[in-house]
Design a protein. Structure first.
Length: 222
């Protein structure tokens, strides 16, 4: 059976996509016991670097899942090679500001069953996310034409119960964008994210991340 392929994606940096990728990958591996692989296609290699830092600090720890850097142009080949080996493959999509390089983003998300799109209430993040949604919607149309499953959901990251947060939700609801009902606060418990221990292993982590993770499982049919 082929892996479920999911990306946490946005063209905008700083919205928390790498953090969310790691939180989800670690929870899926450690809490759900699934065979998970995280492919880091971002040139900054943030996810790979986070794993290397943790391994250097705790060399006795055994990694619960692999994190590997993949150049976007090789992603199709990597997914074909790995899809039978894992239950879930998560893709950390490149952050881009040059629209001429949007092909790299499309290459990543066109293979996905589900795309999770994090944004923050910051005006520039909302504008960039709105532009990214056009790319995702184009991919959805192509996937539907090919009779391939595809879903996307937007989630508000760094939630702090301000008017900006509720306005962001209202804005995307008016545009009929599928949204997570739960949000993630900007809390120390998520920084930096561990690639070894699930945030759900702590009482505070379960309180802050549990509802979102459960909604994620339902939306992705995991």
């Amino acid at each position: 059976m082929s892996a479920t392929i999911i990306s946490v994606a946005n063209r905008k940096g700083g919205v928390g996509k790498t953090t969310l990728n790691i939180l989800l990958a670690t929870a899926l591996a450690e809490t759900k016991g699934l065979k998970v692989c995280l492919l880091d296609t971002d040139s900054q290699k943030s996810a790979v670097t986070r794993r290397l830092i943790e391994q250097a600090q705790n060399p006795e720890l055994i990694a619960p899942y692999p994190i590997e850097h993949v150049f976007p142009k090789y992603l199709t080949m990597e997914l074909r090679h790995r899809s039978e080996e894992y239950d879930v493959i998560l893709i950390d999509v490149p952050r881009l500001t040059d629209s001429e390089k949007d092909a790299e983003v499309v290459t990543a998300i066109v293979h996905c069953d589900t795309v999770i799109i994090p944004t923050t209430p910051a005006e520039m993040d909302v504008v960039a996310t709105n532009d990214f949604l056009k790319i995702v919607q184009d991919v959805k149309e192509k996937r539907i034409e090919l009779k391939m499953p595809f879903n996307y959901f937007l989630m508000v990251n760094k939630w702090n119960n301000t008017r900006d947060c509720t306005n962001t939700v209202d804005y995307f609801n008016e545009k009929e964008i599928p949204l997570f009902e739960t949000h993630i606060n900007d809390l120390v418990v998520f920084r930096p994210p561990s690639t070894f221990l699930s945030v759900l292993s702590t009482k505070e982590g379960k309180k802050r991340f549990g509802d979102f993770f459960n909604e994620f499982l339902k939306k992705t049919n995991l």
